[in-house]
Design a protein around this ligand. Structure first.
Ligand code: SF4
Length: 451
């Protein structure tokens, strides 16, 4: 069935038309536009009838369904996408990265890996990058061993799980061990469909659909699941070789979004270890995971936790899932670098993540103890914020006040970036501080202070 998106006037017809403003916008028509663009949910209008709400929820749902995988403490959302190309809007839910464990691993090995997963985090451009899920695979085919492994994993982490087995008995024991959670069942195929779908309904969990041979088999399975009332579906298309993987992942996203073919409107799951044999090198996992992320994979499972292999994947994911219209930002405020005291210098910069990152690193490398005053410029760099009038002297004065900076230092000297030199007099007038013009490039901070 081909999906047709509701237009704002069609949505407006279903709204109460009282323009009460309780949904946060002044008119029902403005709300209709927000709902049509996926920026608001119909449930935000408190006066919508149940019937109209259900209809709008159904008809304004994103073309790629949003699926939640959760444990008792954490949840991961995948899918919920509305565009094929990031520049058309933005991507909503980043690819979830999962480490694969299996029930042949010793208890010590599992504990050791989970400890590494816990510690594995990378601070980059003001964000913390980390793994999101664990994929627990039954290699023994023994239900009791699988249950025990699920139990051991759950004792050592609260990350949401993907339970991997084609054997319904094995799956059931795993699900029973973590009742009340919503792990992803991986996977239903044409042989186990009835038993697996029964488990998905009984435990209220999302379920993956796998087909080894063709997309048409996968579509048949999806239709049968939908016929049973199951909506939380994740797709595992045939990926026998790289070309097929890229092609099928692309077909799923493009036909669901661009052609409105809603039978394929679900997030996808891939294994970057699927072709580990190629060249026999771990680097293939990095290459394949990167390729799958670029081709819209919603979950990528990998086996290798070496930092040099995972870091490029995290960085790529961050780059793709950053909203292209909103620069990455750090929180404006006062940051202490090193051990500053009341005589320490005060430097100023903007809240564009990359600028903050570079300046703070250069200050650390220079071995300085100082305060860094980060001013809200809506995430623009120094050059852009000066050109676009976003580095406002009033905002600088406000930030000095809000951070109680004047109580922290016994001087009134502020070092501003060299590229903001033309604001010197205005900043002095607005803040009452004496302004020193710093270097044009933060790499010269060390030399600047030496001089
Ligand atoms: Fe209209 Fe409902 Fe928003 Fe009120 S809350 S303005 S009735 S859409």
């Amino acid at each position: 069935m081909v999906r047709k998106e509701l237009t704002p006037p069609e949505i407006y017809k279903l709204l109460p038309k009282t323009n009460c403003g309780e949904c946060g916008v002044p008119t029902c028509m403005a709300f209709a536009f927000k709902v049509a663009r996926g920026k608001a949910s119909p449930v935000e209008c408190p006066y919508l009838s149940e019937e109209a709400s259900a209809k709008l929820l159904e008809e304004t749902a994103p073309p790629i369904a949003k699926i939640v995988i959760s444990s008792r403490g954490k949840k991961v959302e995948i899918g919920g996408e509305r565009v094929s190309f990031r520049h058309e809007d933005k991507f909503f839910n980043e690819t979830a990265l999962a480490l694969e464990l299996n029930d042949k691993m010793s208890e010590n090995k599992i504990k050791h890996l989970l400890e590494r997963v816990k510690k594995f985090k990378v601070e980059r451009m003001g964000q913390t990058l980390r793994l999101n899920l664990l994929a627990l695979k039954s290699c023994t085919g023994n239900p009791e061993i699988f249950r025990e492994t699920v139990m051991k994993v759950r004792e050592n982490t609260d990350l949401p799980l993907i339970l991997c087995s084609f054997n319904p008995q094995v799956m059931m024991r795993g699900l029973e061990e973590i009742q009340g959670e919503k792990p992803l069942i991986f996977s239903a195929d044409k042989r186990n469909l009835l038993q697996m779908s029964t488990l998905a309904r009984r435990f209220k969990c999302p379920i993956a659909v796998h087909s080894e041979d063709s997309m048409s088999t996968m579509i048949q399975i999806i239709k049968r699941l939908k016929g049973m009332g199951i909506r939380d579906i994740v797709l595992s298309p045939p990926v026998r070789h790289l070309k097929e993987a890229v092609s099928n992942l692309t077909i799923i996203r493009r036909t669901a979004i661009d052609k409105g073919f809603n039978i394929l409107g679900y997030p996808t799951i891939t294994f970057s270890s699927a072709f580990n044999g190629i060249g026999g090198k771990e680097i293939w996992e990095t290459i394949l995971a990167s390729t799958f992320i670029l081709r819209y994979a919603s979950i990528v499972i990998f086996k290798n936790l070496e930092e040099h292999n995972v870091l490029p994947i995290l960085a790529l994911r961050q780059a793709i899932y950053t909203d292209p219209r909103a620069p990455l930002q750090v929180k404006p405020g006062l940051y202490a670098i090193g051990n500053p005291g009341e005589e320490s210098p005060v430097l100023l910069t903007t809240n564009y993540s990359l600028t903050y990152q570079l300046v703070s690193e250069d200050i650390k490398n220079a071995g300085l103890n100082c305060y860094l005053l980060v001013v809200n410029t809506d995430g623009l760099s120094v050059v852009c914020s000066v050109a676009g009038d976003k580095l406002k002297p009033e905002r600088i004065a406000e930030t000095i006040k809000e951070t109680s900076l004047e109580e922290k230092v016994n001087h009134r000297k502020l070092v501003i970036p060299g590229r903001a030199a033309r604001l010197r007099v205005k900043i002095e007038d607005e803040t009452g501080w004496e302004v020193e013009i710093g270097p044009l490039d933060s790499r010269e901070i060390k030399g600047f202070f030496k001089r």
